[in-house]
Design a binder for this molecule. Structure first.
Ligand code: C2E
Ligand code: MG
Ligand code: MG
Ligand code: MG
Length: 277
């Protein structure tokens, strides 16, 4: 044991626990402070990941994924998005992403029918400024609303049912499409799908990458449900040819994953497209 460990041991478990917790809170606060200034400091960028049609193997849409370069260190959205949610920063950050991605889409070298998919978190969706932001972005970038998809994670459906349903209604009234992200991992009731019309269901990669009967059953059931509700399915996280062939036999419509491409900056996406069209 080092001196430090011995001291910690003497102080007892509770002392060590609160010290660690204190450190943790401190570092979260520092991170939050940096996140607050990330837009002004130009520290965000958007990467794009292709989504491919299972039948034709052609590009059909592109998902925008936010990246944060915090003083030279890339921080994962899985870490900072929940932080932004908790600290009220998400509406502003989300508006930045939506605007940035739609502006980038005007520069795409693809045919007009490639769609742009943007993640929208719960606090952003329910923020009073959301629809106004959406309208402004639609008007200023001239993107066809039917080419814009908003991805909402399934867990969103667990609460605020009426508020969420009414926002989805507002979004759909503009012709923008809705995708349910990470389907099957949340705890919302399936009956919620009735009041929340969606266009796409994204099957979470945890099912795709599990090679057991249970996962297959869930994926098959998901595709049946999607079909009943008139939604298309997208499989996330396809990394191997085997996974691709397997998910195709299950009947998925679209495929996304490292097998085709990782998320990349706009310039790389242009190169990727020229090499893969
Ligand atoms: P998501 O929306 O489910 O996005 C898919 C995530 O899976 C991305 O992680 C992507 O890089 C990763 N992925 C794609 N294909 C594969 C694969 O074949 N294998 C593996 N292992 N991973 C794959 P990323 O970019 O780190 O984003 C994580 C999550 O952060 C996203 O999950 C989304 O929930 C959230 N997020 C990212 N950008 C935004 C944003 O602009 N707004 C909001 N609200 N959330 C965002
Ligand atoms: Mg997504
Ligand atoms: Mg997803
Ligand atoms: Mg996912």
């Amino acid at each position: 044991l080092t001196m430090y460990d011995q001291k910690r041991k003497q102080r007892g478990t509770i002392g060590v626990f609160s010290e660690d917790l204190h450190e943790k809170i401190k570092s979260e606060q520092r991170l939050c402070e940096q996140l607050r200034h990330a837009i002004d400091k130009n520290a965000f960028s958007v990467h794009y990941q292709p989504i491919i049609c299972a039948d034709t193997q052609k590009l059909t849409s592109v998902e925008a994924l936010l990246r944060w370069n915090c003083d030279g260190k890339v921080i994962s959205p899985a870490r900072f998005i929940p932080l932004a949610e908790r600290t009220g920063l998400m509406p502003e950050i989300g508006a930045w992403v939506l605007n940035h991605a739609c502006i980038d889409a005007t520069e795409w070298p693809f045919k007009d029918d490639i769609a742009l998919s943007v993640n929208v978190s719960i606090s952003q969706l329910l923020d009073e400024t959301f629809i106004n932001t959406l309208d402004k972005v639609l008007a200023s970038t001239n993107i066809a609303p039917s080419r814009l998809y908003l991805e909402i994670t399934e867990s969103v459906f667990a609460n605020n049912v009426n508020a969420v349903a009414s926002q989805i209604h507002n979004v759909k009234a503009r012709g923008v499409k809705i995708s349910i992200d990470d389907f099957g991992t949340g705890y919302s009731s399936l009956s919620r799908l009735q009041s929340m019309p969606c266009d796409f269901i994204k099957i979470d990669r945890s099912f795709v990458q599990n090679t057991n009967e249970g996962s297959d059953t869930i994926m098959r059931a998901t595709m049946l449900i999607a079909n009943e509700f008139g939604c298309k399915t997208i499989a996330e996280g396809i990394e191997t040819l085997d996974q691709m062939n397997h998910i195709k036999t299950l009947g998925v419509d679209y495929i996304q994953g490292f097998l085709y491409a990782k998320p990349m900056p706009l310039s790389d996406l242009k190169t990727w497209y020229n090499e893969n069209k």
